[in-house]
Ligand binder design. Structure first.
Ligand code: SF4
Length: 487
């Protein structure tokens, strides 16, 4: 053991300076005392050869500490613990995905109207096609992406050819409004001469909510390039029924026979330098064999389109899935020939098997949703009835209206006094409506009594209704029958 290694001797200690002169005057050692093993004895007389563990307290220390200081120390410990909990928990970021920037514009508009706007920082991601503000010369570059990749500095370079890139930090949360859409971002970028594309990416890393098109969340390549990690974050997808198509698009790519030809050409050139490329030759030959199979496949499909009419220079023929798979197999294109394809198909088969064996409850069917609504409705009604029962005395108001299908619906409202501590409040609670089974006073009274089953009829102190004879009649109306129950 290192002889100079420090040892800890107990908790902070409180010493009375002079108990006879001033009992309240105390001195606190802020840090634990550190003793090196070379010292023979510490000042408190505890032998350094018998160190206390940090949890042990020297005898009588608690008794020496005034009660108020012990309370203060406990409070500080508590605060320290809470602060460390706060530091270690992070609030998840919200990613809001929509199909188009037009839809995102609407969402940002709504976000602007919420109470969170200003406290929650936002950013909006888009492609360079939308947010690059540098002049684009089609004769020099195919796309804005190509232009940007050439302008921004590579890892080894320090200077950018794009002045907007150099000034990108000018566009930030401090220079933008609390809620901004893509148009706002681009026009602020033009005004400040700062790149909106890179500024939005930088702001996204510190934002609480990030708005972006779907593919920024779905496509793993875009996620990687934009440094988006969705683990432990919240993802909201607007109009999520589009997701299947978006996923399919993200996993789809087009291969033409021209692509295959140019790849074969390049690989064959490479294979001529077998000695220089000996470490990759086996892979090159394997890919050449696979691409030759693909070329044969394309050649054999020509028969299906050769006689078809051309539209925009193209003829289309759709193959049945089974037939398509069969043709690939006939040309040695399949999972037996490709390890990557094999792994993918195994993963898909596994996912399908899991989905079949595991029933995933979504609770989204209309029946279940209606059941939820009915359960919640009953709960709310029971709470109101409990309040009414507590109030003991109450008045009832009934009135009927025909609905769109000409069925008379009776609505009923209870009026009662709600007392909570010193607060006294007259409440009117709408309990619902029900179709009337009959129109005579007896039938109406029966209906009303059924609805009030849990409320004692004798506690009704008032009845409210319109002037219809069946309700208001003093001899045979509901009023008269009610009086029989509660004179
Ligand atoms: S840095 Fe920004 S403004 Fe400059 S080319 Fe790239 S995307 Fe366009």
């Amino acid at each position: 053991m290192n002889p100079q290694a420090p040892r800890l001797y107990g908790l902070p200690k409180v010493h009375k300076e002079d108990s006879s002169s001033d009992f309240n005057l105390v001195k606190i050692h802020k840090k634990r005392r550190v003793i090196y093993s070379s010292e023979s004895e510490n000042s408190s007389g505890v032998s350094p050869t018998e160190p206390l563990t940090p949890d042990e307290k020297p005898p009588n220390e608690e008794a020496e500490t005034p009660k108020s200081l012990r309370a203060l120390r406990d409070l500080l410990d508590n605060l320290q613990m809470r602060a460390s909990m706060f530091i270690h928990c992070s609030v998840p970021k919200i990613y809001y995905g929509a199909r188009t920037h037009k839809q995102l514009q609407q969402v940002v508009k709504e976000f602007r109207r919420t109470a969170y706007c200003g406290d929650a920082r936002m950013s909006i991601l888009s492609s360079r096609d939308y947010s690059c503000i540098r002049e684009f010369d089609k004769s020099l570059y195919k796309t804005k992406n190509d232009m940007c990749k050439e302008c921004v500095p590579k890892k080894t370079e320090t200077h950018s050819k794009c002045l907007y890139f150099n000034n990108k930090t000018a566009l930030c949360h401090d220079t933008l409004p609390a809620a901004f859409d893509l148009e706002d971002l681009v026009s602020a970028g033009q005004h400040l001469k700062a790149c909106p594309y890179y500024a939005a990416r930088t702001m996204a890393s510190s934002a609480d909510i990030v708005f972006c098109p779907y593919n920024y969340l779905i496509d793993p390549f875009i996620r990687n390039s934009m440094s988006i990690d969705l683990r432990d974050e919240i993802v909201i997808l607007d109009e999520a029924h589009n997701i299947e198509d978006i996923c399919r698009d993200a996993a789809t790519f087009t291969v033409t026979r021209d692509h295959v030809h140019s790849a074969l050409q390049e690989l064959e050139q490479l294979s001529q330098y077998a000695y220089a490329n000996q470490d990759i030759m086996a892979d090159v030959l394997c890919i050449i064999r696979a691409l030759t199979n693909w070329d044969d496949w394309f050649k054999n499909q020509t028969q299906f389109v050769i006689d078809l009419p051309l539209r925009n220079g193209e003829a289309t023929h759709t193959l049945e899935v089974e037939f398509f798979a069969e043709t690939l197999k006939n040309h040695n294109i399949g999972r037996e020939q490709s390890q990557v394809l094999k792994e993918h198909t195994l993963r898909i088969e596994h996912a399908i098997a899991c989905t079949k064996s595991k029933r995933v409850d979504s609770y989204l069917s209309k029946d279940i949703q209606n059941e939820f609504i009915s359960i919640l409705g009953k709960e709310v009604k029971n709470n109101i009835l409990d309040e009414i029962k507590k109030a003991i005395y109450f008045g009832i108001l009934f009135d009927s209206t025909p609905d769109i299908s000409h069925v008379d619906q009776m609505s009923y409202v209870i009026r009662y006094v709600h007392i909570e501590g010193d607060d006294v409040e007259v409440k009117e609670s709408f309990l619902g409506f029900f179709p009337i089974a009959g129109k005579t006073a007896v039938e109406l009274t029966e209906n009303i009594l059924t609805q009030l089953e849990v409320i004692t009829w004798t506690h009704i102190y008032g009845l409210g209704y319109d002037n219809a004879a069946t309700m208001a009649g003093v001899h045979g109306g509901v009023q008269a029958i009610a009086k029989e129950h509660n004179p």
